[in-house]
Structure formats: structure tokens, C-alpha cells
Design a protein around this ligand. Structure first.
Ligand code: SF4
Length: 295
């Protein structure tokens, strides 16, 4: 039944494929060139989702911020149109490439209240030498400048990233540059990987680092990210936040939802709260979730 109720948070694919050809990645080969779906169709699908109870939509694309449909609609324009749909309370998008973080999209973070203050913006490395070897086509300074501009637009925005350590040719000095970049940004969360070659990609033919070197760097980076993630979680305690309740919690009499910053939050309540935004005070923080009580 097309009209059956949906969970309050949904994903909507707006873009597929990638033209970036990062040296480690199979996506441009397996998923093909960037294709953006027509914005009129996306808007119609979003309205249909909202009619079925969806209050939050995450726009998905391999390179989502490169979105541009045949009529020239950009991701920022699409976000602004989506934000006009009554009942669509929250918008997010993922995954973004630093080089496609256009000024109009940064401005949308300042001007569109429905656009949530959380951005996944992978950088992969903090070393310009390695970024070049990865064919990322930007420098660490460019990324840090971008973060500064995004935070100027939306000072409370939470950032997450992706990192690959042990890329072919990475020295200890290159790795230190990555740690320095992570220190400079201060992430709410990040996904860290030890490099492993993907057949058919340019980097697969390059000399691989010793596994113990990669593991050692991965553990050191993860320790730093864990500290930042814990600090981010702890910084929420005492704050009063709007929580979109998504489902029943694990304990009886409890529900679970998300803060604007994508923290998982548990609070007391029943199924009638599902799909509603509850104002709640954060009372405790754990590594992966927060506790709250209705304020
Ligand atoms: S890592 Fe992302 S931007 Fe780079 S080629 Fe893969 S999908 Fe494209």
C-alpha cells in the first residue's frame, strides 16, 4: 500500500555515480558517471513521503553536492524547495566532496532552518602529498578554509569525515599531517580505514605499506577521533534540544530519536511520540548515544 505509514526519517536518492576518480576508489568504474535525478521528481517523491508520515529526509548521492539536474537546479536550490514542503521538518544530505561545496550550499546552512547542522565532509588525508597521490584535487589548506567558511555560516555545525591511513607512499610525516588536520577541525565523528587496494583502481598498482604500519596509524588516528567524539557527546549534556522521535527504545517505556546534530537520543515516552519533535534536556552522554528527558 503506497499510503502505508513510513518511519519518520527516510532516505531519498538524488544523484548517483561519480566523476572524481580518486585513486583508491571503485565507484567511478562500478557506478559510472555522475547522474542527477530531475528535481521535479524528487520534490514529488518527497511530498509523497511526507504524506506517509516522514518528517526528515536525507538526500543521498555518491557525490551529492555535485547535484545539478538538466534544468540547472543545484543541491542548494533543491534543499530550499524541499524546505517549503509543509511537514518536512528536517533535511540532511550525504556524501559531499570538498570541491563541490558551493557558496550557495554553504549559504543554505545559514538560511534554511530545516537544513540540519551536521555535515559529512570526507577529506581522507591531511597531507598535500598524499591528497595529490589520491587525486583528490584539493589541499589540506583548502579543506580547512572550507570548514572555516561553513562554520562562519553555521557556527554549531557538527562535522564528520572519512580517513584512509597507510595509503601507498604515506610517511610518518604525512600521517602527522593527518593528525594535525583532525586536531584543527575537531570532528563529531569520523570513519577511519586502513588502506587496502581495490583491483582496477590506479592505486592498486602502487607499493603497499606494511600491514603493521597501517594498523599502528589506524589505532593512533582512532584514539584521537574517539577523544573528539567523546568530547562532542559530552558537550551535549545540559543542553535542551529538539529530538525527532523515530522509534521505540530498547527499554520498555522508552523511545529513541535523533538530535539536530545526529546524536542518537533515548528518552522516556510511548509510541504516540513517534514522528514528533520533542524538546528534551540531555542528561547523560555515552560513546554512541545520549539520554534525555522531556523539557
Ligand atoms: S571517494 Fe568519493 S569522490 Fe572519490 S571517486 Fe570515490 S565516490 Fe568519487
Amino acid at each position: 500500500d503506497r499510503r502505508a505509514r513510513r518511519a519518520p526519517a527516510a532516505f531519498l536518492t538524488v544523484q548517483e555515480g561519480c566523476d572524481k576518480f580518486c585513486a583508491f576508489c571503485v565507484v567511478p568504474y562500478t557506478r559510472g558517471a555522475e547522474v542527477s535525478r530531475p528535481s521535479a521528481r524528487i520534490l514529488a517523491e518527497a511530498r509523497a513521503l511526507v504524506e506517509r508520515g516522514v518528517a526528515e529526509i536525507t538526500l543521498l548521492g555518491q557525490n551529492v553536492n555535485a547535484y545539478r539536474d538538466a534544468d540547472g537546479q543545484t543541491l542548494a536550490g533543491l534543499v530550499r524547495r524541499l524546505a517549503e514542503i509543509p511537514g518536512l521538518l528536517r533535511l540532511r544530505y550525504t556524501t559531499s566532496h570538498p570541491n563541490d561545496m558551493a557558496d550557495d550550499l554553504i549559504a543554505a546552512h545559514a538560511e534554511v532552518p530545516a537544513l540540519m547542522p551536521y555535515l559529512h565532509l570526507p577529506v581522507q588525508s591531511g597531507s598535500d602529498r598524499i591528497l595529490k597521490a589520491m587525486n583528490r584535487r584539493h589541499t589540506a589548506a583548502h579543506y580547512l578554509g572550507l570548514v572555516e567558511r561553513i562554520r562562519a555560516a553555521r557556527p554549531d555545525i557538527a562535522l564528520s569525515g572519512d580517513f584512509i591511513v597507510g595509503f601507498p607512499g604515506e610517511t610518518e610525516a604525512d600521517f602527522q599531517d593527518t593528525l594535525a588536520l583532525v586536531e584543527a577541525v575537531g570532528y563529531a565523528a569520523a570513519y577511519t580505514f586502513a588502506y587496502s587496494p581495490r583491483p582496477g583502481t590506479p592505486a592498486a598498482d602502487r607499493a603497499d605499506l606494511a600491514p603493521e604500519v597501517k594498523t599502528d596509524r589506524l589505532l593512533r588516528l582512532q584514539a584521537l577521533i574517539d577523544r573528539q567524539q567523546s568530547a562532542f557527546q559530552a558537550s551535549m549534556v545540559g543542553r535542551t534540544l529538539p529530538i525527532l522521535v523515530e522509534k521505540l527504545g530498547r527499554e520498555p517505556g522508552q523511545v529513541a530519536g535523533k538530535s539536530p546534530y545526529l546524536n542518537a537520543v533515548h528518552l522516556d515516552g510511548g509510541p504516540e511520540l513517534i514522528g514528533r519533535v520533542v524538546t528534551a534536556k540531555i542528561t547523560a552522554a555515552r560513546r554512541n548515544s545520549l539520554s534525555a528527558r522531556a523539557a
